[in-house]
Write a protein that binds this ligand. Structure first.
Ligand code: GLC
Length: 419
């Protein structure tokens, strides 16, 4: 890529972020996702940080302003109603200060706050200090209500941010969606149905939503008796990483961080328990039945991001990156369930690559990290700022003009990125 191409792509990425800016928060893409999504916002902030630091902080402040009394930060905040999206605020009936969903999403925010603070410790101090107790409360909520002996679990596939990953197959199959409301899904109005989860999946998503809502979003009941409790390597590694960043931030701000250190120890033990020797990889586990997913996914490759290295994971990485022109696929192509175009069962997501690549670089897998970064850059340069991509052809899929892909470009993949 020459300097001119880079400058043009940087400009396009900035335009996407500003186009998707709704004033204090960013939508993932107009139409398909017209609200504020939790982890998308954290990545948006990383992107904004490359050209507008104030706007980056504001994105995170808006996100955390939607926090519930119990510490939960919802996966969607419905700031302005949009009838083109299902399920909307009237269906979810979240009980926070902003109309919202009732589940959370991967806690990337603390990691981004630390990054912004480290770059600007003087000017960013007050803003980081104001966010710190909120992040702490959210992380405590995870430890109280989404953690089983150190293993972090999700109570809905959407909570993992990897909607139809094979990780959930066994728990989803056990659900009988009897009594699911009549509904018209809106995602397939915007993009091709062959790229989206199936109708059977969707019935269960809606049924699980109804279950949680009928408890009044009671975290104790959902954690103890809920119909869907799956330990998720993605959530595990992202929370563990976020805890390490929260501890570092707390120390820099002069806070007492012994409690966070205790959580880190618990999460490290939980991560070890997600190792599946039969798969030789980190793997999801249905906590109700003990059944393992047997799925090597891009979430498994977030181990380095959490500060955990395993030689078997390095071998999987080399094998898969040799087999495919574009990495990381969301499922091992050797898995019979692999589908290169269907949502989280094969395609490449730039945000997963950014986290995996950062982790790899930090843990000394320098060459592999650089390969992943340059291949992600080629993918975006050749195929645009799509929601996700086919790992075999690079074909763009899902929504276009996508916030988090633009953010990944600016923060990491672009030759101009400062890291
Ligand atoms: C899809 C993704 C989820 C993301 C959302 C908005 O639901 O699976 O991870 O947050 O879209 O981009």
């Amino acid at each position: 890529m020459n300097a001119m191409d880079t400058a043009q792509l940087d400009m396009r990425a900035r335009t996407i972020l500003t186009d998707n800016d709704r004033g204090g928060y960013t939508v993932p893409t107009a139409g398909l996702y017209p609200y504020q999504w939790n982890w998308d916002s954290a990545f948006a902030a990383l992107g904004f940080a490359s050209f507008d630091r104030d706007r980056a902080w504001r994105e995170l402040e808006t996100l955390m302003a939607g926090q519930w009394d119990d510490g939960m930060v919802p996966h969607i905040q419905f700031h302005v109603p949009d009838p083109g999206y299902f399920p909307g605020p009237d269906i979810w009936q979240g009980r926070g200060p902003v109309p919202s969903s009732g589940i959370t999403q991967p806690p990337v925010a603390a990691t981004v706050v630390r990054r912004l603070f480290d770059r600007d410790p003087v000017a960013g101090r007050d803003r980081a200090a104001a966010l710190y107790p909120k992040l702490l409360a959210w992380h405590r909520w995870f430890m109280d209500w989404r953690c089983d002996r150190g293993r972090v679990f999700v109570t809905h596939p959407w909570e993992a941010g990897r909607d139809n990953a094979p990780d959930w197959d066994s728990a989803m199959a056990a659900i009988d969606p009897a009594g699911v409301m009549d509904y018209h899904r809106r995602d397939t109005d915007h993009v091709d149905a062959s790229m989206r989860p199936t109708r059977a999946d969707y019935d269960r998503y809606v049924w699980l939503l109804q279950y949680g809502r009928d408890t009044g979003w009671d975290p104790a009941r959902i954690a103890a008796k809920g119909p869907f409790r799956v330990a998720d390597p993605g959530q595990q590694f992202i929370l563990l990483r976020a805890m390490r960043d929260l501890a570092a931030l707390g120390t820099a701000l002069g806070e007492e961080t012994a409690g966070v250190a205790g959580w880190i120890t618990a999460l490290e033990a939980g991560a070890a328990a997600l190792w599946n020797p039969d798969l030789a990889a980190f793997d999801a586990c249905d906590l109700t039945t003990g059944v393992r997913a047997g799925a090597l996914t891009n979430a498994s490759f977030l181990c380095w991001y959490a500060g955990i290295d395993r030689s078997e994971m390095r071998a999987h990485l080399a094998r898969i990156c040799d087999a495919l022109p574009f990495c990381l696929p969301s499922l091992d192509p050797a898995d019979p369930r692999y589908e290169p175009k269907r949502y989280w069962r094969g395609p490449v997501w730039a945000v997963m690559n950014l986290m995996a690549g950062n982790g790899m670089a930090e843990m000394g897998l320098t060459a592999a990290a650089e390969t992943l970064r340059t291949r992600t850059a080629d993918l975006i340069a050749e195929h645009g700022f799509a929601e996700y991509f086919d790992p075999e052809t690079g074909a763009p899929a899902g929504g276009a003009h996508f916030t988090w892909t633009a953010a990944v470009w600016l923060a990491w993949a672009s030759p101009s990125a400062k890291g």
